[in-house]
Design a protein. Structure first.
Lengths: 261, 266
C-alpha cells in the first residue's frame, strides 16, 4: 500500500512539474477562465443586473476553467503517454495503471482549482463583483463534491480518449455544450425541458447547482439531494470506467494495439 | 502576361497543396466536431447566456453576432495552423528553398480557409434561423452576403499575421485559441464595443470583425450599401494591414532563419 501511495505521489509530482512548464496548462487554468469570466461579467453585469446574475459571472469563468483542465489535462492522462512515447513503459511497470493515473488526475485537478483565483480577482477588481450571500460550509462541501465528480469523469475519460482518438475531438467540439448543460454560467432551468433532462444525467450539473445555491439566499437549498445525485452518478461513471480500463489493458497487453489506436 | 499566368499557377498549386496537406479539419469526424458541433454549441451557449442576462427579446443580437464570429474559426484557427504547420510538419526548409514568389505562396495559405469561413458563417446563420428564429425577411441579403465575405477575408488577414509569428513558436495553436476568444470579448459580438474601456475600444477597432459585424447587423436590419460602406471600407483596410504585417513578419523571419540556419529550430 505504501509503495502504491509513493507511486501515486511520484506521478502527481511529475505531472505538476510538467504543467508548470507547459503553455497549454496556463491557457487552460489562467487564460481561458479569464476570457470567459470577462464575457460573462460584461453580459451578466449589464444595466439592472441582479446579484444572482453577477454570481454566475464571478464563478462561471472559474468553473469553465476547472472543467477544461479536468477533461483536457486529466482526461488525456493515458493519451499524453502515447504522445510522449512512454505508453509501453507505463504498462511494463509493476505499478497498476490506475495508480499512476490517480496522481496525474489529482495534479490536473489541483491546477484546475487555480482557475478560480484569476477570475475572482477579475470580478472583484475589474467589476467590483463579490459573493455577498456566500454560505461558507455548503460552498466548500459543494466544491469538494464538484471536484469528486470531475475526478470520476477524468478517470473515465482517460481510457475513452486512449481507445478512440475521435472521442476527444467530439468532446472538444462539444465543450461549450457542456457549459450549457452543466449550468456553469447560467442556470439549467432556462433550458428547454428535454435539455434539462439530459443535463440531469451529468454529475457536475448537480454539484454546480449546489455551489450556486450556497452563494444565493433565495431559491431551494436541497444540498443533501444534490450531493447524493452527484455521488450516485459519479460512481456510475466509475463502473463504466472499470470496463474501459479492462479494454485498455487488453489492447495494450494482449493485442499490443493501444499505441496504434 | 506569361509571368502573371505562372504566378496564378503557383497560387493554385499552393492552395491545393496546403488544402490536402495542411487543412487541419480534413477528416469527416474532425470537420464535424470543429465545424458543426462547435458552431452549434457556441451559438447555443452565448444566446442562452444573453437571454438569461438580458431577456428573450435580445436573443437575435447574440445569435447573429456569434454566427458571424464563427468565421474566425477558419480565419484564425485554420490560417494560423496552415502557416505554422509548415514548421511543425518539417516542410518549412523546403518552402524556404523554393524559388516561388513568397507573396503568392503566403496569400494562398488563406484561400481555402476564407471559403471555409464563408461556409461556416452560412451554417451558423442557418443554426440561428432554425434554433432561434433569426428573422432575415427585412434584411438586405446581398449586402449581408458581402459582409460575410469581407469578414472572412479580413479575419484571414489577422490569421496570416499570427501564423507568421507562430513560425517561431512551438505551440502556435495556443495563439489561435487566445485570439479567437479575445475576439468574442472585444469585437462587439456579445455586447457593444462602447461598454469596453477606451483602451480596449481602440484595440477593438484595430482588429477585423468589429466593423464587419456592425455592418452585418445593419444589413440584417435592412440597411443599404451606402449606410455601411464606411464600415466595410474600414474593415477591408484593417484586414489588408494585418495581412501585410503578416507578410513582412514572414519575410523577416525567413531572412532570420536563413541567416542563422534556424528553419527547424524550436
Amino acid at each position: 500500500m505504501r509503495s502504491l501511495a509513493r507511486a501515486a505521489l511520484g506521478s502527481f509530482r511529475l505531472a505538476v512539474r510538467l504543467r508548470v512548464v507547459s503553455p497549454w496548462s496556463y491557457l487552460n487554468w489562467l487564460v481561458f477562465p479569464l476570457l470567459f469570466a470577462a464575457v460573462g461579467l460584461y453580459v451578466l453585469g449589464g444595466r439592472g443586473a441582479t446579484s444572482s446574475h453577477l454570481v454566475y459571472g464571478v464563478l462561471g469563468g472559474g468553473l469553465i476553467g476547472y472543467w477544461s483542465v479536468a477533461y483536457i489535462d486529466a482526461g488525456n492522462g493515458i493519451q499524453d503517454e502515447r504522445w510522449n512515447g512512454t505508453l509501453e513503459q507505463i504498462f511494463a511497470t509493476p505499478t497498476p495503471l490506475v495508480v499512476i493515473l490517480l496522481g496525474k488526475v489529482l495534479a490536473g485537478l489541483a491546477f484546475g482549482l487555480l482557475s478560480f483565483l484569476p477570475t475572482a480577482a477579475l470580478a472583484y477588481f475589474g467589476f467590483h463583483a463579490v459573493l455577498p450571500d456566500l454560505d461558507p460550509w455548503p460552498f466548500v462541501i459543494s466544491l469538494a463534491v464538484l471536484t469528486f465528480s470531475f475526478f470520476c469523469i477524468a478517470i473515465t475519460l482517460a481510457p475513452l480518449f486512449a481507445l478512440w482518438r475521435w472521442a476527444f475531438s467530439m468532446l472538444n467540439g462539444f465543450e461549450l455544450g457542456v457549459y450549457v448543460l452543466c449550468g456553469f454560467m447560467f442556470p439549467v432551468a432556462v433550458l428547454a425541458s428535454w435539455a434539462q433532462g439530459v443535463a440531469g444525467a451529468l454529475a457536475p450539473t448537480w454539484a454546480v447547482r449546489a455551489l450556486y445555491a450556497s452563494t444565493l439566499s433565495g431559491g431551494p437549498h436541497d444540498y443533501a439531494l444534490w450531493w447524493g445525485a452527484v455521488a450516485g452518478l459519479s460512481l456510475a461513471y466509475l463502473v463504466g470506467a472499470y470496463f474501459l480500463y479492462a479494454l485498455v489493458e487488453r489492447e495494450a497487453r494482449v493485442s499490443g494495439e493501444l499505441a496504434l489506436a | 502576361m506569361r509571368r502573371l499566368a505562372a504566378e496564378a499557377r503557383v497560387f493554385a498549386r499552393s492552395t491545393w497543396l496546403q488544402y490536402v496537406a495542411l487543412f487541419q479539419w480534413a477528416t469527416v469526424r474532425g470537420y464535424f466536431a470543429y465545424k458543426v458541433l462547435l458552431p452549434i454549441t457556441q451559438i447555443l451557449f452565448f444566446v442562452e447566456l444573453g437571454v438569461y442576462a438580458t431577456g428573450r427579446q435580445n436573443a437575435l443580437y447574440f445569435a447573429l453576432g456569434n454566427a458571424l464570429q464563427l468565421t474566425a474559426n477558419a480565419g484564425i484557427f485554420g490560417v494560423i495552423a496552415t502557416v505554422a504547420n509548415e514548421r511543425q510538419f518539417g516542410t518549412l526548409p523546403l518552402l524556404l528553398a523554393s524559388p516561388a514568389n513568397r507573396l503568392v505562396t503566403f496569400l494562398s495559405r488563406a484561400a481555402v480557409n476564407v471559403m471555409d469561413g464563408i461556409v461556416t458563417v452560412v451554417v451558423g446563420l442557418g443554426i440561428a434561423i432554425v434554433l432561434f428564429g433569426l428573422d432575415l425577411h427585412h434584411a438586405n441579403l446581398a449586402l449581408l452576403g458581402v459582409c460575410v465575405v469581407v469578414i472572412s477575408v479580413t479575419t484571414a488577414g489577422l490569421g496570416l499575421m499570427f501564423g507568421s509569428i507562430g513560425l517561431v513558436m512551438r505551440d502556435a495553436i495556443i495563439i489561435a485559441n487566445v485570439i479567437y476568444y479575445v475576439m468574442l470579448i472585444i469585437c462587439g459580438i456579445n455586447f457593444p464595443v462602447s461598454r469596453l474601456p477606451v483602451v480596449l475600444q481602440i484595440v477593438s477597432y484595430s482588429l477585423p470583425l468589429t466593423r464587419g459585424v456592425e455592418a452585418a447587423r445593419q444589413a440584417a436590419a435592412g440597411a443599404s450599401l451606402g449606410h455601411v460602406s464606411g464600415l466595410l471600407a474600414g474593415e477591408v483596410l484593417v484586414g489588408v494591414l494585418w495581412a501585410l504585417g503578416g507578410y513582412l513578419v514572414f519575410r523577416a523571419l525567413e531572412g532570420w532563419a536563413r541567416h542563422g540556419g534556424l528553419q527547424e529550430a524550436y
